[in-house]
Write a protein that binds this ligand. Structure first.
Ligand SMILES: C[S@@+](CC[C@H](N)C(=O)[O-])C[C@H]1O[C@@H](n2cnc3c(N)ncnc32)[C@H](O)[C@@H]1O
Length: 220
């Protein structure tokens, strides 16, 4: 499929921003292996530019408590754990096979004690969480982002950062690319999320053209 944009690759899901060429993450051999294996098996993990941004922002902010929604096989959690030694990460995954594989990866990477992997649906899990976080990486069911937002604001410390992945969704959300019928509902939900995050009096939000689009919100 040709999207007619130079920064779009030919496959849906491989939207490449113009800056991606400069923003490859420097990863350990072990992490590169996990990344390559995920790509081979078509496991949805964050693209290189997003991983690089995650690494940069976690290095800068040094968040002591991180919440991630959407673990997959643990690549982004491992990148965050490596970016700040003092971080404790809670990550949520509903797929039991991915969760088992992520646990195995955390053990092999010697970061198991820093990461609490909760198996379950993100909507249920976040309802049961009370202690606040300094940084939240939102990377699971995109259609639910808008539903999660009130709980994520509740769970964020003042000055804490909420980073939502994939908010530009192959160019559909910003109107760069015509939205196929099967994506219309999803695009509508993401637009609602962006509208809520950018207009919330509790948040200061910027949408960044990084990877597949990141919405970065700071709690006021
Ligand atoms: C894009 S992947 C996460 C990639 C990971 N953050 C990384 O970059 O390495 C999204 C993950 O969210 C999980 N997921 C989807 N819906 C979920 C839900 N409602 N609750 C918990 N996990 C969910 C999927 O099983 C999938 O593993």
């Amino acid at each position: 499929m040709d999207f007619g944009y130079p920064h779009f690759n030919t496959m849906e899901g491989e939207r490449i921003s113009p800056t991606a060429q400069f923003n490859s993450p420097a990863l350990s051999d072990e992490l590169n292996k996990i990344r390559a294996d995920a790509a081979l098996r078509e496991i949805p993990v964050s693209d290189g530019e997003t991983l690089n941004f995650l690494k940069t922002i976690v290095t800068a902010l040094k968040p002591k408590k991180i919440l991630e929604l959407g673990t997959a096989v643990g690549l982004s959690a491992a990148v965050m754990a490596g970016a700040f030694e003092g971080a404790k990460i809670t990550t949520v995954e509903r797929d039991e096979n991915f969760a088992a594989e992520a646990r195995k990866n955390f053990k092999n990477l010697n970061i198991y004690s820093k990461i609490d992997l909760i198996e379950g649906d993100a909507a249920d899990v976040i309802k049961g969480l009370c202690d606040p976080f300094d940084f939240i990486f939102l990377d699971c069911a995109k259609v639910q982002y808008i539903k999660y937002l009130p709980d994520l604001i509740r769970l964020l410390n003042k000055g804490g950062v909420l980073l939502a992945d994939d908010v530009l969704l192959f160019g559909y959300v910003a109107g760069e690319t015509e939205v196929p019928k099967k994506r219309r509902a999803l695009v509508g939900h993401i637009r609602e999320y962006i509208a809520a995050a950018t207009s919330s009096p509790q948040l200061q939000t910027t949408v960044l053209n990084i990877g597949n689009g990141l919405a970065m919100s700071v709690k006021l």
